[in-house]
Design a protein around this ligand. Structure first.
Ligand SMILES: [Zn+2]
Length: 272
């Protein structure tokens, strides 16, 4: 009996201690969660895959169109490879937060990006993204919204509401920012952001250079406009604070299975 009553005292004391310390412990945890403080990273191995068209080939396409097309079949296979290998998808606009330690990167992180805002993204890629619950960033040419072959305003609204699609800017008219005058470059970079934000009630954080063309002045303009990242067409998968405005990307094309895994997801990791 004596042992039991001692045990009772011990158990009661432990519970009391828990009652005293648990609130402060959980408050501390909530604070940590609110600040989202993870160790900042010098560099992050995160392949940003660059797509244009995702659709079946009809046989009527020219070489250029074929080069810009990933068939819906290849795309489905690539998503399966990503899932089977435990990849977690991030928006391109989240890369600065991952590097700063505001978000936690996964061991296998990847970003799916789609340039130009073609309507085949809605028809063929978006249903697969929903199936896999994978995130993607679409770089929209603002003045092409509702044009034949491009995404409509309603499609964009629906995709934004799904939480799976981030909208980035790809200028107003897909101009060559290396050749454009400073005033024109500014208009393309600033107005596309402002108008996308107003029309879709979103924050546009990321930018893609049309044709991958930019010069140092373009980068300063993108930075001062308030974007926090920009993607290039430089091949690679190592993301750092120094290349936030020229993030390298990789072209998945129609690679499938092991080939996709080795050539896209693993090839550049050796540069770490
Ligand atoms: Zn483009």
């Amino acid at each position: 009996m004596k042992i039991y009553s001692r045990l009772k005292i011990i158990v009661f004391s432990l519970i009391s201690l828990g009652l005293v310390f648990y609130p402060s412990f959980s408050a501390h945890r909530q604070l940590a969660k609110a600040e989202n403080n993870y160790p900042p990273l010098d560099k992050l191995s995160l392949p940003i895959l660059m797509y244009h068209h995702v659709k079946p080939l009809t046989g009527r396409e020219d070489q250029m169109q074929i080069g810009l097309t990933t068939t819906d079949q290849s795309f489905a296979n690539q998503l399966k490879v990503l899932r089977d290998n435990g990849y977690q998808t991030f928006f391109a606009g989240e890369i600065p937060d991952l590097l700063a330690g505001k978000m936690l990167a996964s061991q296998q992180s990847v970003a799916l990006t789609f340039d130009d805002g073609y309507d085949d993204f809605y028809n063929f890629a978006f249903p697969l993204l929903k199936e896999y619950q994978f995130k993607a960033t679409v770089y929209i040419i603002y003045n092409a919204i509702n044009a034949p072959g491009y995404l409509t305003e309603n499609q964009i609204k629906e995709m934004v509401a799904s939480g799976l699609v981030e909208i980035g800017s790809h200028t107003l008219d897909h101009v060559d920012l290396k050749k454009a005058s400073s005033a024109e470059a500014r208009r393309q970079i600033v107005l596309s952001k402002n108008q996308l934000e107003a029309r879709f009630k979103i924050k546009v954080k990321t930018f893609a250079y049309p044709f991958g063309y930019f010069k140092p002045e373009t980068i300063s303009l993108v930075k001062t406009t308030g974007y926090t990242s920009a993607v290039s067409v430089i091949p690679g998968d190592i993301q750092t604070k120094d290349n936030l405005f020229s993030l390298p990307r990789l072209r998945p094309k129609n690679l499938m299975g092991e080939k996709f895994k080795v050539e896209l997801l693993q090839k550049y990791h050796f540069q770490k």
